[in-house]
Design a protein around this ligand. Sequence first.
Ligand SMILES: [Cu+2]
Length: 387
Amino acid sequence: MAPRRTVGRGPILAILVGTTVIGGAASAGLLTAAGTAGPATGHREVGAPSPQPRAIPASESGAVVPGQPFADPPIIESGAGELRLGLTANALPVAISGKAVNARVYSAAANGVTYPPAFMPPVIRLRRGQRLVLDLRNDLPEATNIHTHGFFVAPTGNQDDIYELLLPGGASQHVYRNTRFLTPGTYWYHPHVHPLVEPQVLGGLSGLIEVEGLRAMLPAPLRSITEHYIGIKDFQVGPGNTIPLDNINSDAPTTRTVNGLVNPVLSMTAGETQLWHVGNIGADIWYHLQASGLKMTVLAEDANPVRAPYGADSLMMPPARRFDLLVQAPRAGTYEVITRAMSTGPQGDTYPRRVLMTVAVAGRNLSTRMRHLCVEFREQPPPLRAG
Ligand SMILES: [Cu+2]
């Protein structure tokens, strides 16, 4: 049975005025003022806050483990005319690269498979023209909703409605039609309830979406190359190893992650070209991506295929920025994908240089490589064909 929609559309402005924190009295005001919506489908009454997660003592949290093997997020896709999935927003402890942290994260379910709560939730891989049915459930102690960042869709029919106020314990169904008009490339999903967007995204509530189609626009030898998803997110921990919910300071010490891992190691073969779907899906931090020794060719910016692919030495990525890239490893060796030290200006933040990911390139004689692993890189990037 489809979940009932328990959404309050009351006086949002009145509800949210003066509400700048999630915990405590302000949160209770937000929840009770909106508590006139219909019955909850979950175990908790609408408007009743769930308990905040208990503090995780330092002796139990552990430390992040860098250098683990790179892993793509799970991928949710369907060959049918409809792609249906469930997303549940939770407030609970998860391990981020080996460290236990109180976070706000999605669990998911699709095609009979359940995906446990994770700092990097599954990628939604959508075909153009496919109907997307997203069943959202709120197990947070505060309101939330869902936004498909970059989708060119109307808010009607409960597609992408940032004014939806899904209360704790509630569920709502979002049906996205006319997806044939979406351009291929990388998008992302996250909650968009003001003023909770920042703490909820900072807490971990964001994931990648790919609208398929870029491959088909590439020259034939490139259409079967390996592709990877590079979801860049960061986290801070406050007291109790909890990601801060208020007084957020994006200049404070921050750990950068790729797919929820600190400096994972991705393997490539010398001469190999891969297709990377890269997105900064964190709340606040800017990234200035650089991969010295690897060749990056931009195919799409923010899910807009470029007129002519271009080579890039570095990529500036404010929050929400996405690039679809061809990445080639010309020769064997170990390469670092870094974010350069940078400042966003006198009123902004200053960020240190950090290694985001390591690329270990094996092999040395291109002529012995199998053809499908060894696509010749052209100095003149390949033209994109209309998809
Ligand atoms: Cu957004």
